[in-house]
Design a protein around this ligand. Structure first.
Ligand SMILES: Cc1cc2nc3c(=O)[nH]c(=O)nc-3n(C[C@H](O)[C@H](O)[C@H](O)COP(=O)(O)OP(=O)(O)OC[C@H]3O[C@@H](n4cnc5c(N)ncnc54)[C@H](O)[C@@H]3O)c2cc1C
Length: 286
């Protein structure tokens, strides 16, 4: 096994594009190293991206925030401005594992591990985040909801890596929230996850919203019908019921010992409503 730690995106891309055997990007390693120890993957080349400045930076750009793919949950939590503007994204990243795991686990790794239950992904999708990919043909942008195609399947081409995420500019009175259900208090994989981001006007009417659900389908879903159900109103009881119905309608979850199809569908509806109420409450004072 060969280990490389290039200091530029171009260097990382050249290594990955030029390799003939199995390759893996290494960010925090909290998924990859576990999978290697369990003999699930056996890469010939590992490209550590943590020495690449673009993957490690959090910067303001075009009124929004660009977050490097190898920034950890713990680093996001320590960023007061980001936490104020995108509390849902930051709280989602900090539900991953334990304090120790959060010190290593990155947004890019959470997305590129390709799990439909990844905690930060619904929050990023609800936020309208765009992934910037670096590859042999240069850079391209892809909405986060289009990066994952199914379990362990990504839209990345050979040699491509996620370099960073762009969180869009935030109008005033906007906020977000992420909630998940797990059978215990921490260190578990989401049975369902729900992210909601919204904006209200001065009268408290929701003018924009995005809703995303995790662990209820082979990929994390953007649920436009759920957003439409709450835009134009104040999230009164009928709107909450419409939101729940839209969330329920899109669910096609697995049925296993951690949650039956029926249970996951019910929980998705409840979490979508609760996340929307939290986001609304935050938006009113933001
Ligand atoms: C004890 C424990 C608890 C956990 N709890 C949770 C949890 O509660 N919620 C949750 O969602 N996850 C959880 N996880 C899984 C894991 O911590 C997360 O998915 C984490 O975000 C992965 O990030 P990483 O930087 O460690 O990724 P890595 O392990 O470095 O990489 C993961 C995968 O993505 C690829 N990759 C990484 N970065 C990039 C990139 N920039 N471009 C292209 N490919 C890339 C790697 O090649 C690899 O295939 C847990 C893991 C452990 C060990």
């Amino acid at each position: 096994m060969r280990y490389e730690a290039p200091e530029s995106l171009e260097g990382a891309v050249a290594l990955l594009a030029g390799a003939t055997g199995e390759t893996r990007v290494l960010a925090g390693g909290t998924d990859l190293l576990v999978q290697m120890r369990a003999d699930i993957v056996d890469p010939e080349l590992i490209v550590d991206i943590k020495r690449i400045p673009e993957t490690r930076a959090v910067t303001q750009e075009k009124g929004g925030w660009r977050v490097g793919a190898a920034v950890t949950g713990a680093e996001l939590k320590d960023h007061p401005e980001l936490k104020k503007v995108w509390p849902g994204v930051v709280e989602a990243a900090n539900l991953i594992g334990s304090t120790q795991v959060q010190g290593r686990a990155t947004l890019g790794g959470n997305l590129c591990n390709g799990s439909p239950a990844a905690d930060s992904v619904p929050a990023l999708i609800a936020a309208g985040a765009v992934a910037t990919l670096a590859g042999p043909k240069g850079k391209r942008d892809l909405p986060v909801e289009d990066v994952m195609l199914g379990p362990r399947q990504l839209a990345l081409q050979k040699g491509e890596i996620v370099a960073s995420f762009l969180l869009p500019p935030r109008p005033s009175r906007s906020s977000d929230a992420y909630l998940r259900f797990i059978p215990r208090t921490e260190m578990d994989i989401a049975v369902v996850g729900a992210g909601v981001s919204l904006t209200v006007d001065g009268a408290g009417v929701i003018t924009a919203a995005r809703v995303s659900l995790g662990a209820v389908a082979p990929r994390v879903l953007l649920v436009s019908e759920a957003a439409q159900a709450i835009i134009g109103g104040r999230l009164d009881e009928p709107a909450q019921q419409r939101l729940e119905a839209a969330a329920r309608a899109i669910c096609r979850p697995i049925d296993d010992k951690r949650g039956t199809t029926e249970f996951r569908t019910d929980v998705a509806a409840v979490l979508a409503r609760r996340a929307a109420l939290i986001a609304l409450d935050r938006a009113r004072t933001n």
